[in-house]
Design a protein around this ligand. Structure first.
Ligand code: PLP
Length: 397
């Protein structure tokens, strides 16, 4: 079985490029050129140098002794939280900005929900001196003031999306509209393994630096270059895609993806796309998404803004459909509890998104020699205001 993308841009029946006529020029050029640029030795050299000196890679693979003891396995944490800007997203934005330059683009657009992808995009635009416009729902602009300030400090223009629910999907629609109107000068940096082909594959390849490092780190630390389990949280799926990329076709490695169940799968306030979703087309690709019977997108909900997405990337839809990956669900409360646990037993405050993956540890049955890698996708500084509300619940006095 091959779990990578095929020549037509599909993962099994998922993926493809279902886009308006007006975008064909841009998408075709990207599709024809992305691999050629990415495989060019001078591109790789520039990418690797920035990964090392700007992002701070390789990110450590940390053996977590107290977590391991508690859950009865050898648990390692892949420390994407230590990257510049605090999460894995920078791996992708660095890759795409280098590509945009090679495609001769002068202007960058992006969509953002919580603002994390917007900040990562504004960061690399500042680094490269390119103009940056970030579309963001006006409701999200209100909710995520610190990230809006960061983007503006970095020199980006934040444009509010005022249509629909004024959140991520509306920001995405605005970004697509912008791209249609400005096809020549502009590159659209998508923030996860979603969107029309070649985006899911391109983003997965940029994030695959995570599992590339994991291989030699495990070889050094465990004497074998693969773990028994890789665990990651899934919004669109990019940190998970990077963590599993080099093991996709290696069935010795079990893949555990955790989605946000919000207040509970059956409460109507959830983002558990793989169980609540059905097949359809969102943002240009065929995948699983939360929709009504007549195809209207259902607004997702999660306490963590980064998992609050109504779809899932086509790679993951295929992994779930074929049972290559096992999906777990963590509610808001379970994620909060897991965030406090990791903080108190390893001294690491994770992002709320990442905490969902740690919440799945309780639901796993490991053997004591199992090697488990959890992708620690981001740090919790941005979530402090949320964590503060729970401090009394977890007080140790
Ligand atoms: C954005 C984000 C996610 C979710 O996005 P994916 O594309 O699924 O990885 C997860 N963790 C952190 C820390 C994020 O910022």
């Amino acid at each position: 079985m091959n779990y990578h993308v095929d020549e037509r841009g599909f993962y099994g029946e998922f993926g493809g490029a279902f886009i308006p006529e007006m975008l064909h020029g841009n998408i075709d050029k990207l599709r024809q050129e992305y691999l050629q640029h990415m495989e060019d030795p001078s591109f790789k050299k520039e990418f690797d140098a920035l990964m090392k000196d700007y992002v701070g890679r390789p990110s450590p693979l940390y053996f977590a002794p107290r977590l391991s003891e508690k859950y009865g396995a050898k648990i390692y944490l892949k420390r994407e939280d230590l990257n510049h800007t605090g999460a894995h997203k920078i791996n992708n934005t660095i890759g795409q900005i280098l590509l945009a330059k090679r495609l001769g683009k002068k202007r960058i657009i992006a969509e953002t929900g919580a603002g994390q992808h917007g900040v990562a995009t504004a960061t690399v635009c500042a680094l490269m001196g390119l103009r940056c416009i970030v579309y963001m729902g006006s409701v999200d602009i209100q909710r995520q003031a610190p990230n809006v300030a960061r983007m503006r400090m970095l020199g980006a223009e934040v444009r509010p999306a005022e249509s629909g629910s004024k959140t991520l999907k509306d920001a995405t629609n605005e970004a697509i509209r912008d791209w249609i109107n400005n096809p020549v000068e502009t590159h659209y940096i998508i923030g996860s393994v979603v969107g029309p082909h070649p985006y899911p594959d391109m983003v997965a390849r940029f994030q695959s630096v995570i599992s590339e490092e994991m291989k030699w780190q495990l070889q050094n630390q465990e004497g074998r270059d693969y773990p028994d389990y890789i665990m990651a949280c899934v919004g669109g799926g990019s940190n998970a895609a990077g963590a599993i990329y080099h093991y996709l076709n290696d069935e010795r490695v079990k893949i555990i993806l955790t989605e946000a169940a919000g207040k509970g799968i059956d409460t109507g306030e959830s983002a558990a796309t793989s169980i609540l979703g059905s097949k359809g087309i969102i943002h240009g690709s065929k995948t699983l998404l939360m929709q009504t019977d007549d195809g209207q997108i259902i607004e997702p909900y999660s306490i963590s803004a980064g998992l609050d997405y109504p779809g899932i990337g086509p790679m993951h839809a295929h992994l779930i459909d074929t049972k290559r990956a096992i999906v777990q669900y963590a509610t808001d409360d379970e994620a909060i509890k897991a965030a406090f646990e990791l903080s108190r037993i390893e001294g690491i405050i994770p992002a709320l998104e990442t905490a969902h993956s740690f919440a799945s540890l309780e639901k796993m049955k490991f053997h004591k020699d199992d090697v488990v890698v959890i992708n620690l996708s981001g740090r919790g500084d941005k979530d402090l205001a949320t964590y503060i509300e729970y401090l009394n619940d977890f007080s140790q006095s």
